[in-house]
Design a protein around this ligand. Structure first.
Ligand code: DI6
Ligand code: FE
Length: 396
């Protein structure tokens, strides 16, 4: 495959967006073998090729934080909050995450998959090629395993790559109320062992928060992850600052996610550990949060910022990465270039993937072709999908 006459936002290199006008991309065996100005095409590559008439080509998008597998939905809770209840009050009243746990335990595996695929399809239609999927609505061994199997089955059902994160430490299930430590030791860690033994875990995540698990409890889960050789990431500083970001950094985490309440010191810790900050404006928006993540501190410290949907039935019923980019700019004052890097290059970093996220020789040919006149248009529009074509592993 040779794509010609394209504007290529490589997201690599020093110029804004790594943009190359009048560019060509050569794809061989699913990988990019050459990219550059068409005028520099080596003579042996000058096959006729396909004229893209100046269309923008970017790396295919990567959604690096989702809870896309779950049972039921939480429209009722949305209504409760609009009638005055806070997210924490809903959670403490037995709603919130726990109500999705009940639905997820009851839903058969095939139905969970069918439901998740409807959301996956919405993402693919916007040029997504990689989706991270978390467990965490099972909170018992069998349901955590069921969720991770469903996540892996998405790859067989659709042309997409799935990365799975074990999120057993997402909430304390009703049968362990008031006994979070026992839950961690008796259920969470043994479930992680079982999921790892079955080969369905790529990383280990947790929810470090007053309504969930503290840093000591998360530390025990991370110690086991380390023993198993699995990378970690953490929902940290979403509703308050209890030290989750610094814990994540201490374990060399791939990322700390949400991080609205993170401080300059936390940003420095992430930079020191080489961890990404994953910003989730869909949850910020849905929860009417007002505390902005310290974007300027992340910028100053050189912390790679990723953006993701956090697609989940409670705090972020969002499947659009394009809208997420717009929210990253409008709500968090990221630049359109940072937003695009956040769903490509830096999202790959947040997943520990080195073979995608930029357009460069040797990387996977996962590309998105857009009918826009400039890269900033991707983050600028609201609720409009200008995707013309998605290329996955050189096909499409
Ligand atoms: N933080 C979130 O925003 C989601 N999980 C988490 O740890 C919310 C999940 C839910 O409300 O179902
Ligand atoms: Fe999340």
């Amino acid at each position: 495959m040779l794509l010609r006459n394209a504007a290529v936002a490589t997201m690599a290199g020093v110029q804004p967006y790594g943009l190359i006008e009048k560019a060509a991309i050569k794809v061989e065996q699913g990988l990019i073998s050459w990219v550059g100005p068409e005028a520099d095409l080596p003579p042996d590559l000058e096959v006729p090729g396909e004229d893209l008439a100046g269309r923008l080509v970017t790396p295919a998008l990567i959604d690096c934080h989702t809870h896309i597998v779950f049972g039921g939905n939480r429209a009722t809770e949305f209504e409760m909050r609009l009638n005055g209840a806070s997210y924490e009050e809903v959670a403490r009243a037995g709603g919130g995450i726990v109500s999705t746990v009940t639905a997820t335990r009851e839903t058969p595996e095939d139905d969970l998959l069918a439901d998740a695929l409807r959301r996956v399809d919405a993402m693919l239609a916007e040029g997504v090629s990689v989706i991270e999927v978390k467990s965490g609505y099972g909170l018992d061994r069998d349901t955590e395993l069921k969720m991770l199997r469903v996540a892996r089955r998405i790859e067989d059902a659709r042309p997409v790559r799935i990365r799975t994160s074990f999120l057993g430490a997402h909430a304390v299930p009703p049968e362990y109320t008031g006994r979070a430590d026992a839950y961690i030791d008796e259920i969470c860690i043994p479930s992680l062992d079982a999921a790892h033994a079955e080969g369905v875990v790529d990383a280990v995540d947790g929810f470090c928060e007053g309504i969930a698990f503290d840093t000591a409890q998360m530390g025990r889960v991370f110690d086991r992850a380390r023993e198993l050789g699995l990378p970690v990431k953490l929902h940290a500083e979403q509703l308050s600052n209890i030290g989750g970001t610094r814990l994540a950094a201490a374990y060399g985490a791939l990322s700390a996610d949400h991080v609205e309440y993170a401080t300059e010191e936390d940003a420095a810790a992430l930079a020191g550990a080489g961890s990404a900050a994953v910003l989730l404006p869909g949850a910020f928006y849905t929860l009417h949060e007002t505390q902005m993540p310290p974007v300027a501190a992340f910028r100053d410290h050189g912390v790679p910022m990723a953006l993701a949907t956090d697609c989940n039935p409670g705090s972020s019923p969002l499947t659009s990465l394009l809208l997420t980019m717009n929210m990253g700019c409008t709500l968090f004052r990221m630049t359109p270039e940072e937003a695009l890097a956040g769903v490509t290059r830096n999202a790959a970093l947040a997943l520990g993937l080195e073979d995608c996220g930029v357009i460069a020789p040797g990387k996977r040919a996962d590309l998105a072709i857009w009918n826009v006149s400039e890269p900033a248009e991707l983050a600028y529009r609201i609720g409009f999908n200008p995707l013309e074509r998605r290329i996955f592993g050189g096909a499409g």
